[in-house]
Design a protein around this ligand. Structure first.
Ligand code: ZN
Length: 162
């Protein structure tokens, strides 16, 4: 990972965390505060991964993308990070393309043109005894074109390609 990319990732996550931390002291309702706390933790987890040079998952890339968006849309560059945001956006696109080389950027199969795909998601559940106390959303894996790989199931979904 290039130094400039790493710096921008750390910047957007820390910047977003600052905004969300400030919102915890506002009169935001409890449900939203809880969501903020969860997202702050997720961001901290990604920051640690980036600092340790660990592999980022599709979900990590998505969260970085979301945090970067505000700077990407800041075309008059009030936050002075617009140029870096454009660079990070291109990098994120390239990383996602590497993870699913058979799809175009709109999620269309390059071989047959179908937009329908299956994917597996493996969530991690936290059990305390027999009780599930927490669910961590898993990463999307094994995404593949239904028409090319499961033609017998395709008729059921053909309407989506209409
Ligand atoms: Zn296909």
């Amino acid at each position: 990972m290039k130094k400039a990319i790493k710096e921008q990732i750390l910047f957007v996550l820390e910047d977003d965390n600052e905004v969300m931390t400030a919102a915890l002291d506002s009169d935001l309702d409890e449900e939203n505060k809880e969501m903020n706390r969860d997202l702050i933790k997720e961001h901290e987890r990604i920051i640690e991964k980036v600092e340790n040079g660990e592999q980022l998952t599709a979900l990590d890339l998505q969260l970085i993308h979301d945090a970067n968006e505000i700077h990407l849309n800041d075309e008059i560059d009030l936050g002075q990070h617009h140029k870096q945001a454009v660079m990070l956006d291109k990098w994120l696109e390239a990383q996602k393309a590497k993870k699913r080389p058979w799809l175009d950027k709109d999620g269309r199969c390059l071989k047959c043109g179908s937009k329908v795909s299956f994917a597996d998601v493996t969530d991690t559940l936290v059990f305390v005894g027999e009780e599930i106390v927490k669910r961590h959303d898993g990463d999307i894996a094994n995404r593949n074109c239904v028409k090319c790989n499961h033609p017998e199931q395709y008729p059921e979904y053909e309407g989506y390609d209409g």
